[in-house]
Design a protein around this ligand. Structure first.
Ligand code: NJP
Length: 230
């Protein structure tokens, strides 16, 4: 039976790219995001793909997604926790709602999906890929809620690995990538130096192609034009 990969936030941007790479590498992909129409279009491109609406910040939606995916495939070999958002404001301008939305999707969502598929991932000795950020270890003005969420995701990533040594858990840390992130548009003026999502997809392909005895724990991948801040 085909290996199965779940990708969250697969309706556009990096998630759609990761889904394509996984399909090229022989996985049947289960795609989740809120934009069902975009998911359906992507699923139609990818042989054996399955799309189901998913709001990673909503426990009922996560439970329904889990049931639909397991009903369809019955096994999970890889989980890509990619769904994420960023709200960039000074600390005193951030609202409670901004903080809650950011943590609900970027942190609680990744926890919820991992917990939901943990038995199947353990059974397959699977791969969990957390799409974090190059800012999961550094801060910058206006990035308070976003960087805090990615620091937290880094902690979650390490805990998942330590509690489940049979899994291989990767923290993928891209720098600026040319997607719809934070309300921008691919190809918008000023983004010519950003990484293309397909380049980040190659890092995922690298991790997928290594033998199961090798564990890539972290990848930082930035445009050569991005300031090297650590
Ligand atoms: O962003 P974008 P990226 N439930 O906006 C989905 C990280 N990253 O591809 O629900 C489920 O094009 C949304 O789907 P929909 C970043 O932190 C990026 O760049 O239909 N899905 C869409 O498919 C994030 O973790 C950069 O609206 C939800 C996707 O998320 C990851 O890369 C730099 C959702 C967002 O697509 C992918 O972001 C960096 C929910 N509640 C890290 N809310 C960068 N682009 O520069 C959103 O360091 N989504």
């Amino acid at each position: 039976m085909d290996r199965v990969a779940v990708v969250t936030g697969a309706s556009r941007g990096l998630g759609a790219t990761f889904a394509r790479v996984l399909a090229q590498e022989g996985f049947a992909v289960a795609l989740g995001a809120r934009d069902g129409a975009a998911l359906g279009r992507l699923a139609a491109e990818l042989p054996g793909a399955f799309a189901h609406p998913l709001d990673v910040g909503d426990p009922g939606s996560v439970a329904a997604f889990r049931q639909a995916v397991l009903g369809r495939f019955g096994r999970i070999d890889a989980l890509v926790n990619n769904a994420g958002l960023g709200i960039f404001k000074r600390l005193e301008e951030l609202s409670w709602e901004d903080w809650e939305r950011t943590f609900r999707v970027n942190v609680f969502g990744a926890w919820a999906l991992t917990a939901a598929f943990l038995p199947q991932l353990k059974e397959s000795r699977g791969l969990v890929l957390m799409v974090s950020s190059d800012v999961s270890t550094r801060t910058f003005p206006n990035g308070g809620s976003y960087t805090a969420s990615k620091f937290a995701l880094r902690a979650l990533t390490r805990t998942v690995q330590q509690e489940n040594p049979e899994l291989r858990v990767l923290e993928l840390r891209p720098g600026a990538v040319d997607t719809w992130f934070a309300g921008s548009t691919p190809g918008a003026p000023g983004k010519d130096w950003f990484l293309q999502p397909e380049v980040v997809g190659e890092a995922v392909r690298f991790a997928l192609r290594l033998p199961p005895g090798a564990r890539v724990e972290e990848i930082v991948l930035r445009s050569a034009a991005q300031t090297p801040e650590f």
